[in-house]
Design a protein around this ligand. Structure first.
Ligand code: GLN
Length: 475
């Protein structure tokens, strides 16, 4: 029953017609959560609390005082602070940590009567693209339980995919909303950097981190985005640019667009054949509708992943220095003095991938290597931004796959982490440049695994992006 709703407006009309209540909806989701507990999508379910909030929302609906999100039952990634609730970033180092305040986005969602049903599993500190780097174990893809859901917001994506909630909120530093959405057949939006407050989001790489919704419909993505976006006194990186409200345009009213696609996405041997065919299909559909769709060569393509990882790791090494066994979180039983407290708590509290990134990040920031790595990567980032902006001056959108292959097998561990990092090739461009990007579900491959394509546009062009996405999904 809960699985059949694709948008909040359907839920709202059922509520108005007396067919359902928010309390009944929550009960339905809780049943799905227990039936699918083996997928490991949740680190914690707020069952009693969600039922109690649902009852309150039901009475506000009766009184006519309910907010915009009344009827929306959501899950949040476990790196988003919610006062009085645990928040772990799926790390042992924060296993027993309770948020002392709520993130701005949680406050905004609750103020509009969303019900939060639980916190979702993710890669530790959002570092990963398969959800296998979680202290709480991997998450399984609902389409094929032997496969990963993507990451790092893998639990959030599966929670929506398996009907355990209506929508979910993830974070996207280098693709963590878009890539799991694509692996799970859902919509994942990464807004422009500077659109949504990062206050109360556990930091991974602060110049990239952005919150985004994972949904089944564009309307819901737009609504959640609108509720969360906009200036916040606690995050000085937010732009004072008006958050226009989404207005769905009928297919016939979309004017002809200029769309660029990456030639390498079709010519590169590293991209899966069915992913290429999917892109080609959509290029043809768009051309048939009268849009101009042209290949472009992005000569900085090979620099995207190295620049992203140098900068993200550098920022992570700095952000994660606060977990020292003193201020908060895990303290090693072997701690006897300051040095043993730091060393043992961090060695025992962080997982392998997080430690690798802290070490690499510290290395690229160290005196002898700063110019060669960190400073150079910043210059490369600037070039990538300029080149991308130039393309988006000429074209309305860039169309690329979200990931080079569909969901891969759990445990397909690469010996070389660089091979794993390269799989982020198509998502990190928007992260490096700060541009908004969306992953859209574009069918399944021959094994029934979801495929996704991504659209990127100009900074603060979310309204255009969402409108065009709605049209794109109807092609
Ligand atoms: N896979 C990328 C990384 O590991 C992106 C993760 C993210 O967006 N949080 O850094």
């Amino acid at each position: 029953m809960t699985n059949s709703y694709t948008s909040l407006s359907q839920i709202k009309s059922d509520i108005a017609a007396g067919g359902i209540t928010v309390e009944k909806l929550v009960k339905g989701y809780l049943n799905k959560i227990s039936a699918n507990a083996h997928l490991n999508a949740f680190n914690e379910v707020f069952d009693n609390e969600a039922l109690a909030s649902a009852k309150k929302v039901d009475s506000r609906i009766q009184d006519g005082t309910a907010g915009k999100l009344a009827g929306m039952v959501i899950a949040i990634k476990d790196n988003i602070c919610y006062k009085g609730h645990k928040v772990t970033a799926s790390s042992k180092i924060l296993e027993n940590f309770t948020s002392v305040y709520s993130s701005t986005i949680v406050e905004r969602l609750l103020a509009q009567d969303a019900v939060i049903i639980g916190r979702c599993n993710c890669d530790e500190f959002a570092m990963g693209a398969s959800n296998e780097n979680s202290f709480f174990g991997p998450v399984k893809n609902y389409s094929d339980e032997s496969r990963v859901p993507g990451g790092s917001s893998g639990g959030s994506a599966v929670a929506v995919q398996a009907g355990m909630c209506h929508a979910a909120i993830g974070t996207d530093t280098g693709g963590s909303v878009r890539q799991p959405a694509s692996f799970c057949g859902l919509i994942g939006l990464k807004p422009t950097y500077g659109r949504i407050s990062r206050h109360g989001i556990i930091a991974y790489a602060s110049s990239f981190d952005q919150v985004g919704p994972i949904t089944r419909s564009i309307e819901d993505a737009a609504l959640l985005y609108e509720v969360m976006a906009g200036p916040d006194e606690y995050d000085s990186t937010l732009a004072n640019v008006e958050v226009e409200s989404y207005n769905s345009k009928a297919k016939t009213t979309v004017s002809p667009k200029k769309i660029a696609y990456l030639q390498e996405a079709i010519s590169s041997p590293g991209v899966n054949g069915e992913v290429k065919n999917n892109l080609v299909d959509y290029i043809e559909k768009l051309r048939a509708e009268g849009h101009t769709v042209k290949p472009i060569a992005f000569e900085l393509l090979d620099y995207l992943v190295p620049a992203y990882y140098i900068l993200a790791m550098a920022e992570a090494s700095s952000n994660l220095s606060r977990y020292d066994g003193v201020h908060m979180g895990y303290r090693s039983p072997a701690a006897v003095d300051p040095v043993s407290t730091y060393k043992n708590s961090r060695s025992e509290g962080f997982g392998k991938e997080v430690k690798r990134r802290i070490m690499l990040g510290t290395f690229v920031l160290s005196a002898g290597y700063y110019d060669a790595y960190f400073a150079k990567a910043q210059k490369v980032r600037r070039m990538i931004r300029e080149k991308t902006d130039a393309i988006l001056k000429e074209y309305d959108f860039i169309l690329i796959p979200t990931a080079p292959e569909p969901a891969f097998a759990i445990g397909k561990v690469e010996k070389d982490p660089v091979v794993t990092y390269l799989a982020d090739i198509f998502t990190v461009q928007a992260s490096l440049t700060g541009a908004p990007a969306i992953s859209l579900p574009t069918g399944n491959n021959s094994k029934g695994l979801p495929l996704g394509l991504q659209l990127l546009t100009r900074h603060f062009g979310e309204q255009e992006l969402l409108n065009f996405s709605k049209y794109f999904l109807e092609l």
